[in-house]
Design a protein around this ligand. Structure first.
Ligand SMILES: [Mn+2]
Length: 250
């Protein structure tokens, strides 16, 4: 490995599920939606206070595709508080099909530091100022045939290689009965530095071989009608100390 790569600090979140409307009566739902918005603000605060170089949102930022323009304006205003790059991957709740949320709205419009992954066969976003690249594959259909890590390219040793994927983790190869499968051997075979995963709402380390891979967990979880505020992951990458992942409270 080249020793020229600068240390990199990443903030990783996923499954924010803004504007979720499956909670109790109208009053409970409004309270829940307000809480999730406050938590998004705290994620932005955390990225600023922890001086993250890069923010990764690994799917399901939005709970559904009927999100109001006002909610989009709120998200854009929060993202505008950041100066560091933000990469957003569509998930199964905000998948990238025609007339869905990321088709009707461009979160990156006017926000030059925000990037939404849109290529259905995957794309690399290069951050030369960070010695880093981010890869992701946009989801159009959440189905067993969609493999979020398919087509991930090889790597080089000059830059940190970070990937994003939203799907269901399988320990062993099998014919998947769940949609958007992510297999353990696929994670290992990427050889990449860090995989920022989303979809499983409990924070989980699924690292394989030398590849560090984590589900960030949902920052707000509904436990029997009561919201519980969780955490985000802070990932520090350095040639000297390796890759360290730490949950950061919100
Ligand atoms: Mn999901």
């Amino acid at each position: 490995m080249s020793s020229s790569r600068r240390p990199l600090r990443v903030l990783h979140t996923a499954d924010v599920h803004l504007e979720s409307d499956g909670y109790g009566d109208a009053r409970q739902q409004a309270a829940h939606q307000a809480r999730v918005r406050r938590v998004l603000s705290r994620i932005v605060d955390r990225a600023l206070s922890d001086r993250a170089d890069l923010v990764l949102i690994a799917g399901d930022l939005f709970d559904h595709n009927r999100v109001s323009d006002e909610a989009i304006d709120f998200v854009r205003a929060e993202l505008a508080r950041l100066r560091q790059p933000v990469v957003i991957l569509p998930g199964n709740h905000d998948a990238l099909y025609t007339n869905a949320i990321h088709d009707r709205h461009d979160l990156a419009a006017g926000l030059s530091h925000v990037r939404v992954i849109r290529r259905l066969n995957g794309e690399v976003v290069d951050f030369p100022e960070l010695d880093a690249v981010v890869w992701g594959r946009a989801m159009e259909e959440h189905e067993p045939g969609f493999q979020p890590l398919a087509h991930i390219p090889g790597r080089d040793d000059r830059r940190w290689h970070l990937a994003m994927a939203h799907g269901f983790f399988y320990e062993a190869r099998q014919r998947p009965d769940r949609s958007s499968p992510i297999f353990a051997d696929e994670i290992r075979d990427t050889g990449w530095d860090y995989l920022a995963l989303g979809h499983q709402h409990v924070q989980t380390d699924v690292s394989q071989g030398g590849v560090v891979a984590c589900y960030a967990g949902a920052p707000v979880t509904d436990w029997g009608g009561r919201d519980q505020v969780g955490a985000v992951l802070r990932v520090d990458l350095s040639v000297e100390d390796g890759i360290r992942v730490a949950p950061r409270p919100l």
